[in-house]
Design a protein around this ligand. Structure first.
Ligand code: HEM
Length: 359
């Protein structure tokens, strides 16, 4: 990973995507997968996975190489403009501190040349000194003392890492999504979903609860041990055609016309595969469970450069049941988009009504 180590007062925006982008991409499908169905597809985290273009997965937080500055500039812009992206239910403040300390320790261990955390026990409480040389952060704080941070602990962490941060706690015998900082939601809203149970959250997902996936997911989270970290990969074709990470419901007026325009222009190369790597961690002090989401995007144009990915994506997308394709938002245009993807490069050809290339 290449990261600048010069201190900077503001995150630096760099051209996006960068050269290493495809090589670091968490391709969401196992090599032999030809048909995708929803399942509790969890696996141990911090395990490197090789892909047809490179590898990913060594750390819990993927800073994103040269893209880190650009992603964090976007994250901070959204948080400054819209404070409602951070929602903390009463009683969740200790879990937010727990999350902050867990992540800062993990970051310092994963990226020791860029991030440092010093810890000491003082009469006034546990004292931490956090330095992030890539973003220029230098902050001393006391655990549990909000006055020692420039903002609440969840927001402080959210301004350092590219992941959306979600916390789940047991309440009334069920797991509830009770705190979150979310700037890159895929067509949902943290303000709408916060406080909901797992069943309520997943109600819009076709067949998920009926097939028992939601119940098995809740069971998995309840049994999650404190010393093991798991992850899961989720995917969709983006609700926006350009490389916009923020396609939350809050921003619907900004991206709602992107796909109709892309379909009208048959600009399929710009359509994005949106990949979410989600980490499940039982936090040591409070027992709250994380559901932190790191979002990656890559265009069909980029995917076309990797033949194994090109062929697998087309197969999976075209085979997907209609209700799931409709929920993911691409039922109407998956045919022509996948025909474009698999068309031999250099061959000009119109797409037929079934989405196949007319020669
Ligand atoms: C192992 C655990 C989990 C599994 C297997 C799971 C599964 C899923 C699946 C299959 C979808 C549909 C995604 C798509 O097709 O693009 C989904 C959506 C979603 N999940 Fe989960 N989920 C899990 C845990 C959680 C947790 C803990 C939360 C919240 C803290 C959560 C929040 C959401 C949200 C907000 C959506 C979007 C729903 C919408 O469209 O309104 N999930 N989940």
């Amino acid at each position: 990973m290449t990261l600048t180590t010069e201190p900077a007062t503001e995150p630096v925006a760099r051209p996006f995507p960068t050269r290493g982008h495809t090589a670091r991409l968490p391709w969401p499908f196992p090599d032999d997968l030809t048909a995708f169905r929803y399942s509790v597809n969890v696996e141990p985290a911090r395990v490197v996975r090789r892909t047809a273009a490179g590898e990913w997965g060594a750390h819990i937080v993927d800073l994103g190489g040269e893209e880190y500055g650009a992603i964090m500039a976007e994250r901070r812009r959204i948080l400054d403009a819209d404070p409602t992206r951070v929602r903390v239910m009463p009683g969740m403040e200790p879990a937010c501190w727990d999350l902050l300390v867990y992540y800062l320790r993990d970051l310092a261990a994963s990226y020791p040349h860029v991030m440092e955390l010093e810890e000491s026990v003082a009469p006034a409480g546990d004292r931490f000194h956090w330095r992030n040389h890539a973003l220029g952060t230098d902050q001393v704080f006391v655990l549990g003392d909000a006055a020692t941070l420039p903002c609440d602990p969840l927001t402080f962490l959210g301004r350092e890492v590219p992941d959306d941060l979600l916390l789940v706690k047991e309440r009334d015998g069920r797991l509830h999504f009770d705190a979150g900082l979310v700037t890159f939601a895929a067509a949902w809203s943290v303000s709408f979903d916060v406080g909901m149970s797992m069943d309520e959250i997943h109600q819009p997902v076709p067949g998920l609860t009926r097939a028992g996936v939601t119940a098995r997911a809740e069971q998995f989270l309840r049994r999650l041990p404190a010393d093991q970290v798991y992850r899961r990969v989720n995917w969709t074709l983006s609700a926006s055609g350009s490389r916009k990470l923020d396609v939350s419901l809050e921003e619907l007026p900004e991206w709602g016309t992107d796909i109709p325009a892309l379909v009208r222009d048959e600009d399929w190369g710009r359509l994005q595969l949106r990949i979410e790597v989600e980490h499940f961690i039982r936090l040591p002090m409070t027992g709250a469970v994380t559901f932190n989401i790191r979002t990656h995007m890559t265009s069909l144009e980029e995917i076309r450069q990797v033949p194994a990915w090109r062929d697998q994506l087309a197969q999976v997308v075209l085979e997907l049941p209609e209700d799931v394709a409709a929920y993911k938002g691409f039922l109407d245009h998956r045919g022509p988009a996948m025909a474009w993807l698999t068309r031999p490069t250099g061959v000009a050809g119109a797409t037929g009504p079934d989405g196949r290339t007319a020669s």
